[in-house]
Write a protein that binds this ligand. Structure first.
Ligand code: E4P
Length: 216
């Protein structure tokens, strides 16, 4: 199972990393904008995250066409060792074509903004490393996101490929637990939710008692 932090906010990420349950960090242009990180500053942020203990970072292309996506990917890839960086590409018509070209070169790809079963299937067919459905946004659109992701998970398992679902747009602990029950291969969560999952008040209180007793 791969757990990711979904953020470009270095300050927030520093409160979570390093930690052995975290595999890596996912970003996208919206998260970068929110954190005030420019495209030019993105490699620096990713380098800092690797130094902070992320085993892998995921960064997204910013162009809508195949050539632009491939140029964006190469700009990022040339600054990292193989395997450190996964290239995120929206699962558009052009995105699937650009991703296939990267996969042919051995570059790990995440198809993102996956909203439909067939997109997850295309991703597996093209040898993607990950396909990222957005649970919260699916629910926002009136679809039963969990039920759809359950069907995607069955389809991925049946595909016989090593591709994992990387479920994003997770807004609550319950959503995280529901996804674990489906057996999805990876989930990306905001740092605030990570803190909620890590720091249980009852456990902290129990430890406080143990520490007090140990000190007597
Ligand atoms: C995924 O890449 C997005 O960053 C994120 O998961 C979207 O979350 P939201 O729909 O809660 O904004």
């Amino acid at each position: 199972f791969h757990l990711y932090l979904d953020s470009a906010d270095l300050g927030a990420l520093r409160t979570c990393l390093p930690h052995p349950v975290v595999h890596g960090v996912t970003t996208n242009p919206t998260l970068l904008k929110r954190a005030g990180v420019t495209w030019e500053a993105l490699p620096g942020l990713l380098t800092a995250l690797l130094r902070l203990g992320a085993q892998q970072v995921q960064a997204q292309v910013r162009s809508p066409d195949v050539d632009g996506m491939l140029a964006d990917a190469d700009t990022l890839l040339r600054q990292f060792d193989p395997g450190q960086l996964v290239v995120k590409i929206p699962a558009t018509r052009a995105g699937l074509a650009a991703g296939a070209a990267l996969t042919a070169r051995g570059v790990p790809v995440t198809y993102t903004a996956v909203y439909a079963l067939e997109q997850a299937h295309f991703a597996a067919q093209l040898g993607a490393a990950y396909a990222a459905p957005y649970l919260g946004r699916l629910n926002d659109s009136g679809v039963d996101g969990l039920a759809l992701i359950d069907r995607m998970q069955a389809l991925v398992a049946a595909s016989g490929t090593p591709m994992r679902l990387l479920v994003a747009s997770i807004r609550s602990r319950q959503a995280y637990l529901d996804l674990l029950a489906l057996g999805v291969g990876s989930i990306t969560i905001p740092p605030a939710l990570f803190t909620e999952l890590m720091d249980h008040e009852a456990t902290i209180a129990a430890e406080r008692g143990f520490l007090a007793d140990a000190a007597e």
